[in-house]
Design a protein around this ligand. Sequence first.
Ligand SMILES: *Cc1c(COP(=O)(O)O)cnc(C)c1O
Length: 438
Amino acid sequence: MSKPKAPSRRRSQEAFKEASTHFPGGVNSPVRSWRSVGMNEEGPFFVARAKGSELVDLDGKRYVDFVGSWGPMILGHGHAKVVQALRKQAQRGVSYGCPTDLESRLARRVKRVLPSIEKLRFVSSGSEAVMHALRLARGFTKREKILKFEGCYHGASDAVLVKAGSGAATFGVPDSAGVPESVAQHTLTVPYNDLAAAREAIASAKGNLASVILEPVVGNSGVLPPEPGFLEGLAKAAKEAGALLIFDEVMTGFRVGPSSAQGLFGIKPDLTTLGKILGGGLPCAAYGGRADVMDSVAPLGPVYQAGTLSGNPLAMAAGIATLDELKDKACYERLEKLSVQVVASIAQAAKDAGWSEKICINRVGSMFTVFFCKGPVRNFAEAKAADGAAFGRFFRGMLARGVYLPPSPFEAAFVNLAFRPKDLKRIARAARETFAEI
Ligand SMILES: *Cc1c(COP(=O)(O)O)cnc(C)c1O
């Protein structure tokens, strides 16, 4: 199998054509359009079904799936226990708008591994969790400003769709049309892994800083690990300034270890946001943390938050089944081993084809990114300096050989527990052939 025959993509292309008449860009979330890998004409494959490590597209082609619904599918697709839990719950009703004990059962499982969370609220998406966590931080501290880091993604709400210009701390400039300057100006942004810049920004807020929010391991610039001392230094600086530290663990939660990034690095944030794996692939997210802070949320306190589908029984059931599977610590050891093997095989393929000086692979647990530059890649500016066209060729080469990587150079690839030895072989062979070709 040297040069793979271009597979028929007829059905996917027809589906994309119709979808484009219904949805802007043919999709319901922008990265799904594959524009950033040079495939905006062709469009993405459309998925017919998925099982274990694989996706099957409408044209019947199979792919080893490194996207896993952008993180949630750590157990693989269609895990028997999750499916069983969903079936059982669906027969009892899918939504009541009343409390159920499923919510407490999932909460107990969250708190068991994340002791920083004393109380929490379930919501339906990571964006929603972050939006409410920030409102809560503002309401609790009675302050206005927040500090975030360039290249950290915290969902699509106004306050966090802001990044800085280069250099020192600057007042926010909106990153999206439709975000008022008057909102963005309260968001300070500095480069990730730059503690000095963060300290300066905190000082510049002059006692009006409600929160410091970050991805404790960045996944949304591609994977960027925190440098030694960065998280500790930030926690200390936030505390001294009286600002709440929010770890956005929507991606890293239950991904980089059972106790997530906060356990891995031994830091206790004031608030945490969770999503993705928490709902096992169903719409589910949460924010939580210190009980004194959480008690400011309505109906106990003055900070309003509500949701018709919050704590949805199906989502709770899938979350409970997923976290129960992950209770076995051996899961994370197995995931680590699989991830080491996968990344080693990609690195070896690059080396054999003379690419090793031109790429840099960042990995934390089962999250990794292949950056097409020499490295190290420590922040968003360095991630952006990588060769995007080369990444696009890599993506397309792997895709043609049945391996689906995230369709953007600024995303994390995920290894999941359903990867089998034959998937690893397929990945290694695809990488060898792709690096030799591009
Ligand atoms: C995915 C993600 C979000 C947004 O979650 P949605 O469920 O897509 O709204 C927020 N923060 C981080 C770190 C994420 O990775």
